[in-house]
Design a protein around this ligand. Structure first.
Ligand SMILES: CC(C)(COP(=O)(O)OP(=O)(O)OC[C@H]1O[C@@H](n2cnc3c(N)ncnc32)[C@H](O)[C@@H]1OP(=O)(O)O)[C@@H](O)C(=O)NCCC(=O)NCCS
Length: 329
């Protein structure tokens, strides 16, 4: 089960037991209606005067069990908070979608929403004839774009081009990309969604697009996107971007690994990229993903760049045990 499956499970079950830690560290449990946001945070509402709220303010660690009546159950552990601003709005939306009958309660100043960000979850299925349990994969999901994703692809691209490092990261400018008509993004996303020439892989946190990597195949005898002749067939990584709040999380490694796997499956043994000489952070991420400078340097529209390469045979040689396979289609 992944996060999307967890969200569906929690919304279907709609109740569970929340366990908090009392003042002397002893557990205290309460049975409550529970739902989940699109990104898989649990949401409950509680009275501000309750023991739960005092406990959470002192120690935010919680355990929650969702479901149980039908023989299936989701055991969860996480960290709770009392969200405000846009975070509260997202939780309130999820809560009202699930429990419209509690609208008045949400408007009551004596009631607060609790959000639980999960650190671990396990689904158990103990219905007659079944006995299984599986840990839920709580990581951000990665998949290839679909043609109808073009609006989200456009929005992520424009945000990337407004990044403070965009000037040493992308050949395209924000102004130029923002002026492109919808049909440009429809065509670009459709090409990246299907076929063996180009693939865009995106990381999606709930409904938020938070990262992207595009892989372009370059056949010997063609010219690359810098206008340089391609001597040996290879795949090239472009458009690498991870939103600020997901940087340093290892997400870029998973995106690059997904792209490398795609190129490898097409039979390419060489993955290359160009990176600005001063983009130390990107170079660090690429080195960690198995890329090394080839020794080739060149001047592009953004300034001095160096080429980095990664060899993909035999197999994709890095440890991929913690990488989810790309969901293509
Ligand atoms: C490039 C990018 C995708 C990397 O993802 P990330 O999650 O930020 O990468 P990490 O935090 O894992 O950092 C990569 C490495 O650089 C190091 N690093 C972090 N900040 C750094 C900085 N300011 N200067 C130098 N190195 C830095 C990290 O410690 C890490 O090295 P480590 O593996 O030894 O720990 C992301 O920063 C990004 O989207 N940047 C803007 C767009 C961009 O530059 N794209 C690349 C175009 S070629």
């Amino acid at each position: 089960m992944d996060r999307a499956g967890l969200v569906e499970y929690v919304r279907t079950q709609a109740d569970g037991v929340l366990s908090t830690l009392g003042p002397d560290g002893s557990p205290q449990a309460a049975y409550l209606p529970i739902t989940a946001t699109d990104r898989g945070d649990l949401v409950l509402d509680v009275r501000t005067t309750s023991r739960k709220v005092a406990n959470l303010r002192r120690d935010p660690r919680v355990a929650v069990v969702v479901g149980g009546r039908d023989g299936t159950t989701l055991q969860c552990e996480g960290v709770a908070d009392l969200p405000d601003g846009a975070d509260r709005d997202a939780c309130a939306r999820a809560y009202l979608d699930a429990f419209p009958q509690f609208e008045a309660s949400l408007a009551d100043p004596g009631v607060v929403l609790v959000r639980v960000r999960l650190t671990w979850a396990r689904l158990g299925d103990y219905r007659p004839g079944v006995s299984s349990s599986q840990d839920v994969d709580l990581r951000v999901g990665i998949r290839r774009v679909r043609a109808d994703d073009w609006r989200s692809a456009r929005a992520l691209r424009l945000d990337a081009l407004r990044d403070e490092d965009a000037g040493i990261a992308f050949l395209e400018t924000y102004e130029r990309a923002a002026a492109e008509p919808d049909v440009f993004y429809q065509g670009r996303t459709a090409r990246a969604a299907d076929g063996d020439d180009v693939a865009q892989f995106v990381a999606i946190d709930g409904s938020d697009w938070v990262g992207s990597v595009t892989v372009i195949t370059q056949r010997a005898g063609s010219v690359d996107y810098h206008g340089r002749p391609v001597e040996r067939s290879r795949a090239a990584v472009v458009g690498v971007f991870v939103r600020g709040e997901h940087r340093g999380s290892g997400l870029v490694d998973r995106l690059l690994e997904t792209g490398a796997q795609w190129a490898h499956d097409l039979g390419f043994d060489l993955l290359t990229l160009g990176v600005h000489r001063d983009n130390a952070r990107a170079q660090g991420a690429y080195r960690r993903a198995g890329f090394a400078p080839s020794g080739v340097t060149f001047e592009s529209t953004i300034g001095p760049e160096l080429e980095m390469v990664r060899h993909l045979r035999p197999g994709v040689q890095r440890d991929t045990s913690d990488i989810s396979p790309p969901v293509v289609g």
